[in-house]
Design a binder for this molecule. Structure first.
Ligand code: ADP
Length: 331
């Protein structure tokens, strides 16, 4: 990327220098023309004998020279502006496509890992059950591991599928009014069962209704819970809250992991974006979760935000408009 920027800036400076050079050459040429025209005028009209004619024609020559100068300056400035605007557009689009192709490459690397590791885990558990006579408790443990790995595969496939459908605008949201508290409670309970002792929940038991696509909102909630588990140490609690204030429902997930640096807070919502690079990163993922969550919020007139958690870690929040249902009528 750096070498591309250097070559690009060099070429741009060369074009600008060439333009300035041609500008100065034209001005010089214009001066020479003016001097020639003055000489010609002196030969044609005697300034002593007919001063009036001489000065009128000289004034005309000056006027022509001035308008030529203005024309060169105007055309040169327009040309320079067009070059600068074009260069800025080309530069940002090339940078964007280089970044996207790098992220896509990272995505391919991580997706391969994400697909292979649950498959390897499931295979190992199966082979262990096949080769050894295990107790019922041991079998249950291995089966549980298979279920967890299958869930991971399922989540990954869903994320990829929905991301590509949303990208191509082929996904039709199936919106309905439903109890968001139920959805969040059952998701959080599922994570508490899968990761015992890691999540503290404070979920308002009131019925908080939203108008939305259950499957998409479930994905958004799961993505935040999954990330909090993935990006924070196992001995630090994760606090999850659901509440409503002034007609806005907030689902809040605070972890005590490494947090998200300020300069990455916007970028983590980009497609395939992951903090760090594939060589140094310990956790695996695809960089699709937050991108999708952000898109889902956009489709529900909602918002997603990330802040620093106190004392450390990150705090992700999704906000959705609450729907008030009174006597089967909707306010
Ligand atoms: P994935 O987790 O598959 O990489 P996401 O889109 O969910 O993709 O997240 C994008 C990036 O944001 C992650 O790679 C990670 O670097 C950062 N991130 C997300 N959630 C957290 C969190 N709770 N704490 C710290 N970093 C996070």
């Amino acid at each position: 990327m750096r070498i591309f920027t250097v070559i690009y800036i060099f070429l741009l400076l060369y074009v600008i220098a060439a333009l300035l050079f041609w500008g100065f050459s034209l001005q010089k040429q214009s001066l020479r023309i003016y001097q020639q025209e003055q000489l010609l005028l002196k030969e044609q009209v005697d300034s002593v004998k007919s001063p009036q004619t001489y000065f009128t024609r000289l004034k005309q020559l000056n006027k022509t020279r001035e308008s030529r100068r203005k024309q060169y300056l105007g055309e040169g400035t327009t040309f320079l502006l067009v070059i600068l605007i074009g260069a800025a557009v080309v530069y940002t689009s090339i940078r964007r496509s280089i970044r996207l192709s790098r992220q896509q490459n990272n995505f391919m690397l991580s997706v391969t890992h994400e697909l292979k590791s649950p498959i390897a885990g499931i295979k190992l558990s199966m082979q262990t059950m096949q080769k050894h006579h295990l107790t019922e408790a041991q079998q249950a443990q291995l089966l549980n591991r298979c279920v967890v790995e299958t869930d991971r595969l399922n989540e990954l496939c869903n994320n990829m599928l929905i991301a590509s459908q949303m990208e191509g605008r082929h996904y039709n949201t199936a919106k309905e009014i439903f109890n968001f508290t139920d959805l969040v409670s059952s998701s959080v309970q599922d994570y508490i069962n899968r990761y015992p002792g890691r999540i503290n929940e404070s979920i308002n038991n009131n019925e908080l209704n939203v108008n939305g696509d259950r499957m998409l909102l479930q994905m958004a909630v799961n993505n935040l819970l999954e990330n909090a588990i993935k990006y924070s140490p196992a001995d630090k609690p994760i606090n999850v809250k659901l509440f409503s204030k002034n007609g806005i429902i907030t689902f809040h997930v605070a972890d005590q992991g490494a947090g998200v640096p300020d300069n990455e807070k916007k970028k983590i919502f980009d497609k395939f974006y992951r903090v760090g690079n594939e060589d140094t990163r310990k956790t695996k993922g695809t960089g699709l979760g937050l991108y999708l969550t952000c898109k889902i919020m956009g489709q529900h007139r909602g918002k997603i935000s990330v802040k620093d958690n106190i004392p450390n870690g990150s705090l992700f929040e999704i906000c959705l408009p609450q729907i008030i249902v009174r006597n089967h009528s909707i306010a």
